[in-house]
Design a protein. Structure first.
Length: 173
């Protein structure tokens, strides 16, 4: 009897979670300002809760849809906080490949500030490349870094965000 009650409770929780509105979580410490500004406009336009998570205080516009959370300093503290609080179908904005992998594993979506949508099909290869580059840097090899965030990155992000929000609106009725 208790097993059936537990099963029904879990089933109801999953159903209720699928009915909750999507949230946008932002790994905000390294997120470019133009991306944050686009997210602020999108949050207002689509009326989607958008939460910036960072190790420092973040300035956000006064809005019913935009908030920020300051977490303790430390490696991956903000990442862990996001993973702990996100729900299935939420969107996370991050350039952090391990965080993106955790988001996908939990059933969320992950979008880089440069407009690349992480997918279950490509995340293992991206993790392997990231780990390989970390090993090279750790052994003293200068690997360079990403190019500066530019107009085409901004446009790619805007296009992908618009596409995801359009899909969300169609699915939510």
């Amino acid at each position: 009897m208790w097993f059936k009650m537990l099963f029904m409770s879990l089933k109801n929780q999953r159903h209720l979670a699928s009915e909750l509105p999507m949230k946008i979580w932002v790994d905000a410490d390294a997120c470019p300002v133009p991306v944050k500004e686009m997210l602020f406009r999108a949050a207002e336009r689509a009326q989607i809760p958008t939460i910036l998570v960072a190790n420092s205080n973040m300035q956000v516009p006064k809005s019913a849809y935009i908030s920020s959370v300051k977490v303790d300093s430390g490696a991956d503290v903000a990442d862990a906080w996001i993973v702990e609080h996100l729900s299935e179908k939420d969107l996370v904005i991050t350039a952090d490949v391990p965080l993106a992998a955790d988001v996908l594993e939990k059933g969320g979506m992950a979008l880089s500030p440069r407009g690349s949508l992480f997918s279950p099909e490509t995340i293992k290869a991206k993790l392997s490349m990231r780990n390989f580059m970390d090993e090279l840097r750790g052994s003293g090899v200068v690997t360079g870094g990403q190019s500066a965030f530019n107009h085409s990155d901004r446009q790619a992000f805007a296009n992908q965000l618009d596409k995801l929000l359009t899909q969300y609106r169609k699915q939510s009725g």
